[in-house]
Every structure is written in C-alpha cells, then in structure tokens.
Design a binder for this molecule. Structure first.
Ligand code: THU
Length: 162
C-alpha cells in the first residue's frame, strides 16, 4: 500500500484591484456577462469570460430551463462557445463571477464539478495550463494556475481522445 497526498495551490487577492490588469479586465468581462443570464428559477446569475491564446474573449452566462436539467452553467456556455467559434485555439484563462437576486455574493464562486471536467478537457487537449480567476460581486478574488488545482485526477481516457 502506498499513501499519496495531493496538495493544491491558489492565490487570494483581497480585492480585484490587486490583480494583474489582464485578470481585472477578464473578471470585469465575466461580471458584464451576468447581464445575459437567464435564471428565473434559481435567481442566481453567473457570468464567465474565456480568454483565448489569440487574445479573443468569449463570454457566457447560465441559461436555465423549465425542464431543470436542461439548463447550462455559465462556464460551459462560455467555453463551448469559444471552442465552437475558434476551434483549435488554446484557452489561456477563464474568469467567473455571480450575483444573486436574493443574497449578497461576496465570496469567490468556484465552478461546479461538471464544469471543471468540461474545462480541463481543453487544458489537456492543448497542453496549455488555464488560469482560473474567481470573484464574487465584490471582495476577495481567488486565482488558480492550472485545472489540476481544482480537479485532481480528472477523468481522462487516452483511448477516447484520438
Ligand atoms: N451555475 C453556474 O452557472 N456555474 C456554476 O459553476 C455553478 C452553478 C448556475 C447553474 C444554475 O443556473 C444556477 O447557477 C444555480 O445553481
């Protein structure tokens, strides 16, 4: 038997104003994308902004549906739109933010497990670590370098990725 311990790293910034300018700009785009959220059921509005290696920024927001499981998170809307419009261009970074109609979102919003799996696919595909910038409406910002810090042991099957 062998015991393996994994650790993960991230940075905490007290305010978005402490971030490098390019991260501030991407987080701002994620916040702007919240305007496109369709969340009549959860009243929780999420925005995501993906920065590609060619400098393009593609945004998305959560889209809910009366048939609840049909809805999609902001991160997957953004990353799939980016890949659909710029196939073959690596993903450099993604910023995520959220607001609620019912309460204050003052903590950074981490992507759900399904979105982590969706995002890590493109990190592996392009062999290019993704920077993940997480912020609430105000307050602290978390920055991760590489999806391994959010999803260790992600599902990956070489036989399927031909
Ligand atoms: N949501 C996202 O857009 N991203 C996440 O990572 C977690 C949750 C959305 C899904 C749903 O529309 C609402 O937030 C409440 O769960």
């Amino acid at each position: 038997m062998k015991q393996i311990t994994h650790s993960f790293d991230y940075q905490i910034f007290d305010s978005h104003l402490e971030l490098p300018v390019s991260d501030q700009e991407l987080l701002e785009k994620a916040k702007e994308a919240i305007a496109g959220s369709y969340a009549p059921y959860s009243h929780y509005h999420v925005g995501a902004a993906v920065k590609l290696a060619n400098g393009q920024i593609v945004t998305g927001s959560n889209q809910e549906n009366m048939s609840f499981p049909a809805g999609l998170c902001a991160e997957r809307v953004a990353v799939f739109a980016a890949m659909a419009n710029f196939p073959g261009v690596p993903v450099d970074a993604i910023a995520i933010s959220a607001v609620s109609d019912d309460f204050e979102v003052s903590e950074p919003v981490p992507p759900c497990g399904i979105c982590r799996q969706a995002i890590v696919e493109f990190e592996m595909k392009f062999n290019n670590k993704i920077r993940i910038i997480l912020g609430g409406k105000t307050g602290k910002v978390f920055v991760f370098h590489g999806m391994g810090n959010l999803l260790p042991l992600a599902f990956h099957e070489k036989g399927l990725a031909k």
